[in-house]
Design a binder for this molecule. Structure first.
Ligand code: ATP
Ligand code: MG
Ligand code: FE
Length: 344
C-alpha cells in the first residue's frame, strides 16, 4: 500500500509518499516540504492570504518531486490523502482541491485527513506504537492532552483555556524582539540563561482537571520585560530560560493529572507521547521522558522533522484510514475548525 499525503493547512507546503511494508510498518519514501517562514517573517506571524497564494505557487511542483523521489507515479498509488482541516481555510482549499482533482483523474480513493489526527498518529509511523497512549499534542494552534484509543477514537483529557503552548512561545519571542517562529529561538537562548532569575507563575498547577492556561505566564513575562527595558542580551536569555522552565513545570503537572485520569477512559497506556511543533523542544522532551520513566512508561516523540507540519504524517493517517475502509468522497468539505477528540 502506497499513499500520497498533502499538507497546506498553515505555513508549510508539504507532499510525501508513505508505504506500508509487510509487518505493518510505515516507510517514508519521500517527504518534501517548503516552509514559507521567509514570506511571513516580516509580519511576525502567518498572513492567511499570503499563505494560500504561496501554496498555489509551489504545490504542483512539490507533489511531482515527491512522486519522483519516491520512484512512483500517480497510477501506482493506492490513495490520495490531504489535510482537510483544521487550519487557514484558503490554504486548506488549495490542498483539498488539488487532492480531489488528482483522485478524480487517477481514479484513486480520497482520504480527507484531520491535521491534528495526523500529528496524533505519527508515533505509529515512526515507532510502530500500539494503542492506547497518552498524547500531548502541542503546536502553534493547539494544546491538548488526549487518550488515543484507536484510529478515529480520541478522548480529550485536557485542553488550553487560552493560548496554545507554541503560541505562547511565539508571543514571548515577539515581545523580546526575537525572530519568527519563536519556539526554536526561545529554546536556543534559554540554554544560555538562568531559569531561576525570574519567579514566573505556573498557571493551573495542582488543578484536578488536566487543562492548561498560558496567558497569565506570558503577561507576567511582559511585565518583567517592561520593567527591565531596555533589555540586555543577558536579560533576554534569563527571561527565555525562566519562561521555558515555567512551561516545563506546567506541562509535567498537567501530564501527571492526565495520566491519573487515563485509566478510566482508556485502560493502561502503552506510552507517553509528545507530538506537534512544540514536541521539538528539548527541555520539554527531557522532562517528559523523565516523568514517563518514573511511572514505568516509555516516552515517544517523533524525530524533529516529523514534529512540525509535514506531508508524511498526512500520508500515514490516510493509510491508517484506508486500511480500515474509511474513505471519503469528492464532497469532503474543507474545515477551518475540526475538533478531533471528544470530551471525556
Ligand atoms: P497546528 O496548530 O494547526 O498544528 P502549527 O503550524 O502551529 O499548526 P506546528 O508546525 O506543528 O503547527 O508547530 C509550530 C509551533 O511549534 C510554533 O508555535 C513554534 O513556535 C513551535 N515550536 C517549534 N519548535 C519549538 C521549540 N523548539 N520549542 C518550543 N516551541 C517550538
Ligand atoms: Mg507550521
Ligand atoms: Fe500542525
Amino acid at each position: 500500500m502506497k499513499i500520497l499525503g498533502i499538507e497546506t493547512t498553515c505555513d508549510e507546503t508539504a507532499a510525501a509518499v508513505v508505504a506500508l511494508d509487510d509487518g505493518d510498518r510505515g516507510r517514508i519514501l519521500a517527504n518534501e516540504i517548503l516552509s514559507q517562514i521567509a514570506e511571513h517573517a516580516a509580519y511576525g506571524g502567518v498572513v492567511p492570504e499570503i499563505a494560500a497564494r504561496a501554496h498555489v505557487e509551489v504545490l504542483d511542483r512539490l507533489i511531482a518531486r515527491a512522486l519522483d523521489r519516491a520512484g512512483t507515479t500517480l497510477s501506482d498509488l493506492d490513495g490520495i490523502a490531504v489535510a482537510a482541516g483544521p487550519g487557514l481555510i484558503g490554504g486548506v482549499l488549495v490542498g483539498l482541491v488539488t487532492a480531489k482533482t488528482l483522485a478524480l483523474v487517477a481514479r484513486k480513493p480520497l482520504l480527507a485527513v484531520n491535521h491534528l489526527e495526523a500529528h496524533a498518529l505519527t508515533p505509529r509511523l515512526t515507532d510502530g506504537l500500539a494503542f492506547p497512549y497518552l498524547l500531548l499534542l502541542a503546536s502553534g494552534g493547539h494544546t491538548q492532552l488526549v487518550a488515543v484509543k484507536g484510529v478515529g477514537d480520541y478522548v480529550r483529557l485536557g485542553t488550553t483555556i487560552d493560548d496554545a503552548i507554541g503560541e505562547a512561545f511565539d508571543k514571548v519571542a515577539k515581545l523580546l524582539g526575537l525572530a519568527y517562529p519563536g519556539g526554536p529561538e526561545v529554546e536556543r537562548l534559554a540554554e544560555t540563561g538562568n531559569p531561576e532569575r525570574f519567579a514566573l507563575p505556573r498557571p493551573m498547577l495542582g488543578r484536578r482537571e488536566a487543562d492548561f492556561s498560558l496567558s497569565g505566564l506570558k503577561t507576567a513575562l511582559r511585565i518583567e520585560a517592561e520593567r527591565l527595558a531596555p533589555l540586555a542580551s543577558r536579560d533576554v536569555a534569563d527571561l527565555c530560560a525562566s519562561f521555558q522552565a515555567a512551561v516545563v513545570d506546567v506541562v509535567v503537572d498537567r501530564v501527571r493529572v492526565a495520566l491519573r485520569g487515563f485509566g478510566a477512559v482508556a485502560g493502561h497506556p502503552t506510552a507517553l507521547v509528545a507530538a506537534g511543533g512544540v514536541a521539538a523542544n528539548g527541555a520539554i522532551r527531557r522532562a517528559l521522558a523523565a516523568q514517563a520513566g518514573e511511572v514505568g512508561l516509555s516516552f515517544v516523540a517523533p524525530p524533529l522533522p516529523l514534529c512540525g507540519d509535514n506531508g508524511a504524517m498526512i500520508a500515514w493517517a490516510g493509510l491508517e484510514r484506508l486500511r480500515l475502509g474509511l474513505v471519503d468522497d469528492l464532497t469532503a468539505p474543507a474545515r477551518a475548525r475540526w475538533p478531533f477528540a471528544k470530551a471525556s
